[in-house]
Ligand binder design. Structure first.
Ligand code: COA
Length: 320
């Protein structure tokens, strides 16, 4: 597998910490010191699926292709207003990709979704079932939190990232894990009532709940291990890797992970300061930003690492 082109798209509305302090009992100092976040983009009037399609179109343009060249669309998305059809099918419609020979599907592996999705794309490319996959990670996490809960609403932002993947030898190693711990992060939507369910033991709507300290600890511990394991699996040394692109959940998490490695610290990229946590979109948005800045160049070696609700983790080594 190799990356043929990347793209991303952001909502137009930027929300600073000071703006949040007018909504909940918080302040810039708390948010900055605990998370590193200064601002984030939040969906207002945009339609989510159009934002995701815009990122997709930019990735197709960057690959020098046209939408009709795509023969599989895979999206990662935790939650959006459409439970069905899939976000992938909506993007196919918006981009005007005619069927029926471009299958579409969505995945959900929380904030580790980019790594899980790469693995699925690799499988389809390896078997020859697809030649040009459009892979989109798009999230509107700010629609999952309770905006009266200062513990969660200050952490997140919205955004979309996409890439076109084709056959190649650049996907060098990967590692996925899942440890059943649904209580550390979860979000429940209500289903439609039926005449048959009794309601007993059934919670209705619960906005996102997270045990921040536990997630913090597990994220740092798993990332340190997953990164070492996946680099060794690729037959490489940690110092061979040019770029470390980690899930942007908290600047302190990124700092704690990188401090464990005796490496030039600037190889650990970050943009959480002005994006917030955008779940599965965070790593590919960061990658697209660094490619467009000319920081990540063809031939460079990259490590991706993510973690999230499940508790799931993943890491991959890839050459750009
Ligand atoms: N503004 C001001 N004060 C806040 C606040 C806010 N937005 N949110 C929480 N606080 C208060 C708490 O009420 C608590 O007050 P108390 O000491 O009087 O009880 C205090 O700040 C400390 O809260 P705590 O939760 O212990 O802070 P923390 O240092 O653990 O940081 C997170 C909290 C969420 C930033 C941190 O744990 C984290 O980043 N965790 C991982 C992120 C995550 O889970 N992401 C989702 C999955 S990828």
């Amino acid at each position: 597998m190799k990356i043929l082109g990347t793209g991303s798209a952001l909502p137009k509305h930027t929300v600073t910490n000071d703006m949040l302090s007018e909504i909940v009992d918080t302040n810039d100092e708390w948010i900055t010191t605990r998370t590193g976040i200064k601002s984030r983009q939040i969906i207002t009037t945009e339609r989510f699926e159009e934002l995701a399609a815009l990122a997709a179109q930019r990735a197709i343009d960057a690959a020098g292709l046209v939408p009709e060249d795509i023969d599989f669309i895979i999206c990662h998305n935790v939650c959006n207003a459409y439970v069905t059809p899939s976000l992938a099918a909506l993007i196919q419609h918006i981009l005007g990709i005619k069927g029926p020979n471009c299958p579409t599907m969505d995945l959900n592996s929380a904030c580790a979704g980019f790594i899980y999705g790469l693995e699925i794309c690799e499988a389809f490319l390896q078997t020859g079932r697809a030649k040009k996959i459009l892979f989109v990670c798009a999230e509107e996490v700010t629609r999952m939190v309770d905006w009266t809960q200062r513990e969660t609403c200050v952490l997140f932002g919205d955004g979309a990232a996409a890439m076109v993947l084709g056959k190649g030898d650049n996907y060098l190693a990967s590692k996925l894990t899942s440890t059943p711990m649904p209580e550390v992060i979860y979000y429940r939507l209500p289903c439609e009532p039926t005449p048959f369910e009794t309601g007993e033991g059934i919670d209705t709507h619960i906005a996102m709940q997270l045990k921040g300290r536990e997630v913090f600890r597990m994220a740092v511990t798993s990332a340190q291990k997953d990164i070492k394991d996946v680099v060794a699996k690729a037959g490489l040394q940690l110092e061979d890797i040019d770029h470390y692109l980690l899930h942007q959940a908290n600047m302190r998490i990124v700092d704690a992970i990188k401090q464990n490695f005796d490496l030039p610290q600037e190889r650990f990229h970050h943009n959480i300061e002005y994006r917030g946590n955008t779940s599965s979109a965070s790593i590919p948005m960061l990658l697209d930003e660094k490619i467009r800045e000319g920081v990540v160049k063809r031939g460079d070696l990259m490590v991706f690492n993510g973690f999230g609700a499940g508790f799931v983790t993943g890491a991959a080594v890839m050459r750009y």
